[in-house]
Design a protein around this ligand. Structure first.
Ligand SMILES: [Zn+2]
Length: 269
């Protein structure tokens, strides 16, 4: 047997965009046009402000809930600081205050994170876990499609400027031995905004859109689903599985039969 994604979908695609600049408005529009789901990592301390580039601004606090509706809002630290250089207490407040502010703005739980500058250490990981962060994205490209082994060091497939079209084609034709294939693209919307060239993301989203075997999901939806699979409890002989999570899990038998294991349910393999 092999596990599959929600409702039996074979693969998953997710995006992660950092820093919350106003160019996110156009990026969200593109995602919505093509049915993509993404996660937006925001610095609550820079919302409503301007950048060092004249005419460039960050998203407004008052628009966070509506702009990112249908996507995930996640942490990126209050002030975009290089966390391994901070004391643990400052790292803790950078994260917990970011959660508090973003949760107040969205009225949702905010438990995702991406490391500012992609920079982290064992101390930063412990601080993030201690304040309720469930996953943290790095900037280390895997150029592959395996789900992460450690959600606190979630390495993306690639940056959008790193041959994303080529990796997208490989993903559409991913070999069968990859269980739960996942493509994860990250970047900043200002990279498109400053160059005034949105071609690559438009073309990529268009190429990946409307596939009936892809789950378009936020980072947190994937983290929750994959964690639920990893938390399954098995009988000693491996013939029964107990879904202890609050989510349904799907698997395919060797004969290709799709089975749903509902929350709390015990199923035979
Ligand atoms: Zn950043």
């Amino acid at each position: 047997m092999r596990f599959v994604y929600k409702n039996g979908l074979e693969k998953a695609l997710t995006f992660s965009y950092d820093d919350g600049q106003a160019y996110d408005r156009k990026l969200v529009e593109i995602f919505n046009k093509y049915g993509m789901k993404g996660t937006f990592h925001l610095n609550s301390g820079t919302l409503d402000g301007v950048t060092e580039i004249p005419g460039e601004e960050f998203v407004k606090s008052e628009e966070v809930a509506t702009l990112y509706e249908g996507h995930e809002v996640a942490c990126h630290g209050v002030n975009h600081l290089n966390m391994p250089a901070l004391s643990v207490s400052v790292t803790v407040s950078e994260l917990s205050d970011d959660r508090l502010d973003l949760e107040n703005l969205t009225s949702k739980l905010v438990q995702g994170f991406s490391y500012p500058f992609g920079s982290y250490s064992p101390e930063v990981i412990s601080a993030a876990k201690a304040v309720g962060i469930k996953y943290a994205r790095t900037v280390n490209a895997t150029h592959g499609f395996f789900p992460p082994s450690d959600f606190m060091q979630w390495h993306p497939t690639c940056h959008h400027a790193d041959n994303v079209m080529e990796y997208g084609k490989q993903f559409l034709d991913v070999p069968g031995y990859v269980e739960l294939p996942l493509m994860y693209v990250w970047g900043h919307s200002f990279e498109f905004g400053r160059s005034k060239d949105w071609t690559v993301i438009e073309e990529f989203c268009e190429m990946m859109s409307g596939k009936d075997n892809i789950w378009y999901a936020t980072n947190m939806e994937l983290c929750d689903y994959l964690t639920a699979i990893r938390n399954l409890e098995y009988s000693a002989d491996g013939s029964m599985m107990h879904n202890t999570s609050a989510l349904s899990i799907w698997f395919l038998s060797d004969e290709g039969k799709l089975t749903e294991i509902k929350p709390g349910e015990i199923k035979s393999v």
